[in-house]
Design a protein around this ligand. Sequence first.
Ligand SMILES: O=P(O)(O)OC[C@H]1O[C@@H](O)[C@H](O)[C@@H](O)[C@@H]1O
Length: 298
Amino acid sequence: MQANLATLLATIPEISLCSSADLYGGEEPGLPVLKIQGASGSAAVALQGAHLLSFIPAGGRELLWLSPKAVFAADKAIRGGIPLCMPWFGRHPEGLPAHGFARSSNWDVSEVEILGNGDIKVVLVLHDTAATQALWPHAFVFRLALTVGRELTLALSVENLSDQPAPFSQAFHSYLAVPDVTEIAISGLDGCTYVNTLLEGHPRKVQEGDLHVQSLTDRVYLNVPAKQVISHGSGQTHIVSDTHSAIVWNPWEDAAKLADVGQGNYPGFVCVERGDVLDNALTIAAGGVYRASMTLSE
Ligand SMILES: O=P(O)(O)OC[C@H]1O[C@@H](O)[C@H](O)[C@@H](O)[C@@H]1O
């Protein structure tokens, strides 16, 4: 773990360093997790992956789903919360790890701050190493600024420090807690073209009205509006992002094949992931910067 972390955290009692084993069980020593307890909201973020595990606005409910079967192990993406998929989303054509390496890499904390309104800001950074260069041959700095208050904001910047253009796609892979996925309605996708990645040839269709998830679902919506709202029995979850794609995923009965989801647990979440993927993927120019943000609220 980074050398100066204890000194950095000593300035802000609202942030403490815990182990995933203390918070969520599983084998000791687990993974390091920052617990953030602010006046307007609380959150937990694993340093591996800069991975949000929990967000609860003050007086509100948990907005994120963390799998009861989640495994907290080095180099393994944690199931639930908000993994960061980048610098590529989904399967890699040359068989490199799905969803990139950001979610399984160890990030450093570079800043912690209490803002004027009491919200708490934490900035995590990841730099290239020989191991990342072997997967994505670019010098880079990934920076994720988290702001925890009544809303949760993730502000991402990706700097391509190399002298070559860098192909890039990314998603904030949010697992949203819902009482029953079969009873939700997702608005903010009406009229958008989506790619059904479950069907042969990945056919494209246009969404009509709200989306209701009633079976195994894996779709990439392109050029979506800034806001989606997930309405469910216990209220609503609002997502706002300046990215251009939205991926909607629920494994349904296939959850039985995913040991860290577990049979029978799929009704408790829906993934509505905002990012820039497929047609919305891009190239970051040599020396260029990609910026994206997403806000979650009740
Ligand atoms: O098991 P992983 O690598 O975390 O991926 C989970 C899912 O992530 C979603 O974003 C993809 O659309 C799905 O195809 C994929 O199955």
